[in-house]
Design a protein around this ligand. Structure first.
Ligand SMILES: [Zn+2]
Length: 104
């Protein structure tokens, strides 16, 4: 059961970006890493190209460990731990441990 999925809003709970929230852009379950919008930005130097007319220094997200992230419950508006349960149709769903809200 994936604790964090693409499209989730998550908060960083440790490391240099602690306290930042963002949307999960990509998850690599095998590596237990995720890419989060505007989090863990690294500066890259880019050559001028067709896609990037200006070139120069751009900031780009780099992946970070899933262990550093917690999903933000839309109801509690806080990073929460996730419980898993079975939905009526037998599929797994994720619940907020605090308010039992289903996290999509
Ligand atoms: Zn909640």
């Amino acid at each position: 059961m994936a604790r964090i999925r693409k499209g989730d809003t998550v908060m960083v709970v440790s490391g240099k970006d602690k306290g930042k929230t963002g949307k999960v852009l990509r998850v690599w379950p095998e590596e237990a890493r995720a890419l989060v919008e505007r989090v863990n930005l690294l500066k890259h130097f880019e050559r001028r190209s067709q896609q990037n007319q200006a070139g120069g220094i751009v900031e780009r997200e780099s992946s970070l460990a899933l262990a550093k992230l917690l999903p933000v419950c839309p109801k509690c508006r806080k990073p929460v731990r996730v419980a898993s349960s079975e939905a009526a149709d037998g599929s797994k769903q994720r619940l907020c441990r605090k308010c039992n809200e289903v996290l999509a």
